[in-house]
Design a protein around this ligand. Structure first.
Ligand SMILES: C[S@@+](CC[C@H](N)C(=O)[O-])C[C@H]1O[C@@H](n2cnc3c(N)ncnc32)[C@H](O)[C@@H]1O
Length: 250
C-alpha cells in the first residue's frame, strides 16, 4: 500500500468526497461521476463471471483511481466472516451504493438470495451492471426505496420477494447512520429475524451511529449478543472505525 493510499488526505478524490458529502445524502453519489466510472472500469478490466476479480477490481479502482464508500476490503473481511457464521439462505443489505457489499455477501453465501435496499435509482442501475458482470444477477436484487418510507418498501419485500416471519438470516446495515436503529426496529416489528440471525453494522464510529451502539450495549446478553470489531474507515489506515456484529437472541 502506497503512502497516498495509507494517508487519505494526500488523495484529491478524498478531498472531493468531503465536498460531495451533502450530495451523498441527497443523491447517494459523490457528484463527480466516480460511481459510473467505477462501473466502466469493472466492465473493462474484471473477468466476467469471476466474483473475486470483480471485487478486487472495485478495490483497485478505490485505491488507485477514486475513493469509494464501499465497506471496502478490510471491513469486508469482517463482513465475510459474519456472513459465513450466519450461513444465510436469505440476506438483506440496507444501502447498495455500487453493489460491492452485496457482492461480498453473495460470495460468502453461495446459495443465498441477497436483497439490497437503496435510496437512489442511479445506484441501483450501477449495482445491477456490476452484479450481472460478476454472474450473480439471478440471486442478488436491488429494491429501490427505504425502510422508512411508510411501509412501501417493507411491503414490497414481503409481498414481492417473500420476506416472512423468521425468514431473514442476515442483515447488513450500511446506509443512513441515523436510520440504523429505527430501520432495525421496523424489521424487528415485522418479525423477520429469528434466534441466531446476525446483524452487521458498518461505520459505527465514523461517521458514527451512537444511538445504535448504545442500544446494542443496553441489550447485551438479553436481546442481542454484540461483538465490536475495531477496523479502519475504508481504503486507508489512518482513521479508525467500528463494525458491530450482533447475534439476535430473541
Ligand atoms: C456507504 S454506502 C453503501 C455501501 C455498500 N453497502 C457497500 O458496501 O458496497 C451508503 C448507501 O446508502 C444509500 N442510502 C442512504 N440512505 C438510505 C436509506 N435510508 N435507505 C436505503 N439506502 C440509503 C446511499 O444512497 C448509498 O448508496
Amino acid at each position: 500500500m502506497s503512502l497516498k493510499q495509507r494517508i487519505p488526505l494526500l488523495r484529491w478524490s478524498v478531498w472531493r468526497m468531503a465536498v460531495g458529502n451533502r450530495n451523498i445524502l441527497k443523491t447517494g453519489q459523490i457528484g463527480d461521476g466516480r460511481e459510473a466510472a467505477a462501473v466502466d472500469y469493472v466492465l473493462k478490466h474484471a473477468r466476467a463471471g469471476d466474483i473475486d476479480d470483480v471485487l478486487a477490481t472495485i478495490d483497485r479502482f478505490a485505491y488507485e483511481k477514486s475513493m469509494l464508500i464501499n465497506v471496502g476490503d478490510e471491513k469486508g473481511a469482517l463482513l465475510d466472516a459474519a456472513v459465513r457464521r450466519a450461513d444465510p439462505k436469505l440476506a438483506l443489505e440496507l444501502g447498495t451504493y455500487c453493489g460491492y457489499g452485496a457482492l461480498r455477501i453473495a460470495r460468502a453465501a453461495p446459495s443465498a438470495k441477497v436483497y439490497s435496499v437503496e435510496l437512489a435509482e442511479a445506484n441501483a442501475v450501477n449495482a445491477r451492471q456490476i452484479w450481472a458482470h460478476a454472474g450473480v444477477a439471478d440471486r442478488v436484487t436491488c429494491v429501490v426505496g427505504t425502510i422508512g418510507d411508510g411501509g412501501r418498501t417493507l411491503d414490497a419485500l414481503a409481498g414481492e420477494y417473500g420476506f416472512s416471519a423468521g425468514g431473514l438470516d442476515f442483515l447488513f446495515l450500511d446506509h443512513d447512520k441515523d436510520a440504523y436503529l429505527p430501520d432495525l426496529q421496523s424489521i424487528l416489528d415485522r418479525g423477520w429475524l429469528h434466534t441466531g440471525s446476525i446483524v452487521v453494522a458498518d461505520n459505527v464510529k465514523v461517521p458514527g451511529a451512537p444511538k445504535y451502539r448504545e442500544y446494542m450495549r443496553r441489550q447485551q446478553g438479553t436481546l442481542w449478543n454484540t461483538v465490536e470489531h475495531k477496523a479502519h474507515v475504508e481504503y486507508q489506515t489512518l482513521v479508525g472505525d467500528l463494525v458491530l456484529e450482533s447475534e439476535y437472541l430473541g
